[in-house]
Design a protein around this ligand. Structure first.
Ligand code: ADP
Ligand code: F6P
Length: 320
């Protein structure tokens, strides 16, 4: 048997650990494995490299992805995907592991539906925006990076009695803001899952100030809007407060993966190879209640939101 692996969409810490797990588990099961550079772009352009157990030495601790990643908008075109399927067939590749987010899973599913390419997806995105799985690869590391940086912000904001609005990533999902917010004791968490009430935000800030708080952290998920617009809304309502902003940006996507992400990568990688070895395709792996699961792509992508409302409420209670 012969399979290939690629990383697609935004990179995430733990992608390298997942590549390593796929390659080494293939070695364990006597499966030949190729890497594809730059996601679907490399698949279409036939940019394959042979991988051995030694090719993935020393990458478990590295952020980013050794196979590089790319966005390939042309992949939505049937004829472009046909070329990709032909490239796999010419190389006699029986299965494809795709490490990426929901967009990458859609592309992978179309390869399976239209051309019968056996595909298995590993959720790799810092956003944690795939409802079928409790966690995606890279989320834990990104949250830890945010917390580490917010600790520093807290020092300087407390010294100057300021309020900082920290904009974090997550696209349309508030999970990074929620988990980083609760772990860093943010006074306010603004997420796209809840409509923002600026009067309420200002009232919480004033209450905190009266109660003796020296600073406040507002954790803002990028899906809510721009940090400058948020600060303008707050300044209009509370001109006497001193606001500062911080956009953490791509810092959140880099860095050595946490233990949790490395372990998850190992478990996802092994299961993905097992599924291909069982002749399955059009599936994604995930984790629920600390058990590795797999599911059809359509079902996985149509799960209702798993946003943790209870945790959001707890963060609010504990911040007062
Ligand atoms: P992510 O996988 O992190 O969600 P994107 O949404 O940017 O990232 O998707 C990554 C790549 O997956 C895209 O650049 C494109 O090549 C492919 N893709 C996304 N959506 C589709 C789709 N509906 N059909 C085919 N390919 C898609
Ligand atoms: O999906 C991962 C992510 O980092 C999002 O959180 C963010 O909105 C987006 O990618 C940024 O994309 P780019 O790297 O293209 O600026």
């Amino acid at each position: 048997m012969r399979i290939a692996v690629l990383t697609s969409g935004g990179d995430a810490p733990g992608m390298n650990a997942a590549i390593r797990a796929v390659v080494r588990y293939c070695g364990y099961q006597d499966i030949e494995v190729f890497g594809i550079n730059r996601g679907y772009r490399g698949l279409v352009e036939d940019d394959f490299i042979m991988l051995s157990k030694r090719s993935v030495s020393g990458i478990v601790q590295r952020g980013g992805t050794m196979l590089m990643t790319a966005r390939c908008p042309e992949f939505t075109d049937y004829n472009v995907r046909k070329k990709a399927a032909e490239n796999l067939s010419l190389r006699k590749i029986d299965g494809l592991v795709v490490i990426g987010g929901d967009g990458s899973f859609r592309g992978m599913n179309e390869l399976y539906q239209d051309f019968g390419v056996k595909t298995v997806g590993i959720p790799g995105t810092i956003d944690n925006d795939l409802a079928y799985t409790d966690y995606t690869l890279g989320f834990d590391t990104a949250v830890n990076t945010v917390v580490e940086n917010v600790n520093k912000l807290r020092d300087t904001m407390s010294s100057h009695e300021r309020v900082v609005v920290v904009q974090v990533m997550g696209r349309r999902c508030g999970d990074i803001a929620l988990y980083a917010g609760i772990a860093s004791g943010a006074e306010i968490i603004l997420i796209p899952e809840h409509k923002t009430d600026y009067d309420q935000v200002v009232s919480v800030l004033s209450r905190g100030k009266k109660a003796g708080k020296q600073s406040a952290i507002i954790m803002l998920a990028e899906g809510v809007g721009n940090v400058d617009d948020v600060i303008n809304e707050l300044k209009q309502r509370s001109p006497e407060m001193h606001f500062r902003s911080c956009v953490l940006g791509h810092i959140q996507r880099g860095g050595t993966p946490s233990q949790a992400d490395r372990t998850l990568a190992a478990r996802f990688g092994a299961r993905a190879v097992e599924l291909l070895n069982e002749g399955k395709g059009g599936r994604v792996v995930g984790i629920r209640d600390n058990k590795i699961i797999d599911m059809g792509v359509d079902e996985a992508l149509s799960q209702p939101s798993n946003f943790d409302e209870k945790l959001f409420e707890l963060a609010r209670i504990l911040s007062l």
